[in-house]
Write a protein that binds this ligand. Structure first.
Ligand code: FAD
Length: 380
């Protein structure tokens, strides 16, 4: 890793340790972020990492962005997760596909942390088969589109100001050219943001349903081209997978941060438990899983633009790092013994936060399909 990237990491770590980590337990317990968290992340210049300076961004790489998610997630899994949903999934996609007027209107406030963003694809009946089963429909009427339908489990949904929302805009039979992305604003007539769902982990990060009831969307809110939404969706998925991998990396590091001092200090049978070979084996396995995940993710991050098997390897990095994070968090619980099972301790939160990375942004079963299909499609 370059000296420049290491110094970027040091800067983000200092911010995460002082501004996020002290609130992590409370965020989890109360299911609420501190009110000024988004603004502070914006002031730390982390919201627009990959966006040109003209819109308030930093013009850095996706590799920088992974490191930022990793360090924020080390401090608080849910802060890292909500941050990634805003900075990559909303902001980066918006920049890539918006016209100049839209970029100028939406990006500066999202990047400063004044506004929060979200992206909505999933629906009650459209999860893994999100394109084939999407039923939210927007119909062109004059200069407007009239939208109806429900989106489900949208991260940052309850409080987002700006949302990228995918809608079907032509008959399903038209195939992949029947979906359009729209920029939706909080408060548009006919658009309602649901109340926050009570979740297993990633508490603080709000998830909710979004309701469209004869919502009139001006034509100027189309993101990209009409009926080209699938292209946009596919275009964003690889970088989304890469950036999300920072979450499991940070959570695994947080697990080791807890476990190592504990195993040095906790004594049984007259000595530190870290002296026992079975404890050492667990620590070694935790570390190896974390470093193997890092190697996969960083290799992809370092060469993201020109990576020859980006789609397959982004899915593989997500698959391996998410499973590793769940496994490492379980090991952390085990190594703390009874304390590991207490909600007042950190490892339980790490386990609950880890699990979403096996589901969100496409499940691990779908990732396995992507990897195997790519390998099997090669010519003999
Ligand atoms: C906390 C959280 C945050 C989220 N944030 C967002 C967001 O911001 N925006 C958004 O659009 N969506 C979001 N989602 C939705 C998420 O992307 C979906 O939950 C995910 O894609 C899976 O869809 P599903 O839940 O409908 O599961 P289903 O598709 O119903 O799958 C159920 C099970 O069946 C398996 N399965 C399905 N199809 C196959 C197959 N062909 N082969 C093998 N197994 C299969 C799945 O792997 C899974 O184990 C979020 C979800 C959660 C829980």
């Amino acid at each position: 890793m370059s000296i420049e990237l290491e110094s970027f990491r040091t800067k983000v770590r200092a911010f995460a340790e002082s501004e996020i980590a002290p609130h992590a337990a409370k965020i989890d317990r109360d299911d609420e972020f501190p009110a000024d968290m988004w603004k502070k992340i914006g002031d730390a210049k982390l919201m627009g990492i990959t966006i040109p300076k003209a819109y308030g961004g930093e013009e850095l790489s996706y590799f920088h962005h992974v490191i930022a998610v990793e360090e924020l997630s080390r401090a608080s899994g849910s802060a890292g997760f909500a941050y990634a949903a805003n900075s990559n999934i909303c902001i980066d996609n918006l920049y890539k596909h918006a016209n100049e007027e839209q970029r100028k209107k939406y990006l500066p406030k999202l990047i400063s942390g004044e506004h929060v963003g979200a992206l909505a694809m999933s629906e009650p009946d459209a999860g893994s088969d999100v394109i084939g089963s999407m039923s939210c429909f927007a119909e062109k009427k004059g200069n407007n589109w009239v939208a109806n339908g429900t989106k489900r489990w949208i991260t940052n949904g309850p409080y987002a100001n700006t949302l990228i929302v995918y809608m079907r805009t032509a008959a399903k039979e038209t195939g992949s050219k029947s979906i359009t992305a729209f920029i939706i604003e909080k408060g548009m007539p006919g658009f309602t943001q649901g109340t926050k769902k009570d979740k297993l982990g990633m508490r603080g990060a709000g998830n909710c349903e979004l309701y469209f009831e004869n919502c009139e969307i001006p034509d100027s809110q189309v993101l990209g081209e009409v009926n080209q939404g699938v292209k946009l969706l596919m275009n964003g998925l690889d970088s989304e997978r890469l950036i999300l991998c920072g979450g499991p990396l940070g959570i695994m590091q947080a697990a080791l941060d807890v476990v190592i001092p504990y195993c040095q200090e906790r004594e049984q049978f007259g000595q530190a438990i870290g002296n026992f070979q079975m404890v050492q084996a667990k620590i070694a396995e935790m570390y190896t899983r974390m470093e193997a995940s890092r190697a996969m993710v960083y290799r992809l991050g370092a060469n993201f633009k020109d990576h020859p098997n980006r789609n397959r390897d982004a899915a593989a990095a997500c698959l391996f790092s998410s499973e590793s994070s769940t496994s490492v968090s379980l090991d952390a619980i085990q190594l703390l013994g009874g304390r590991g099972y207490m909600n007042e301790e950190i490892p339980g939160r790490l386990l609950r936060d880890s699990k979403i990375y096996e589901i969100g942004g496409g499940t691990n079963e779908i990732r396995k399909m992507i990897i195997a299909r790519d390998l099997l499609s090669r010519k003999k």
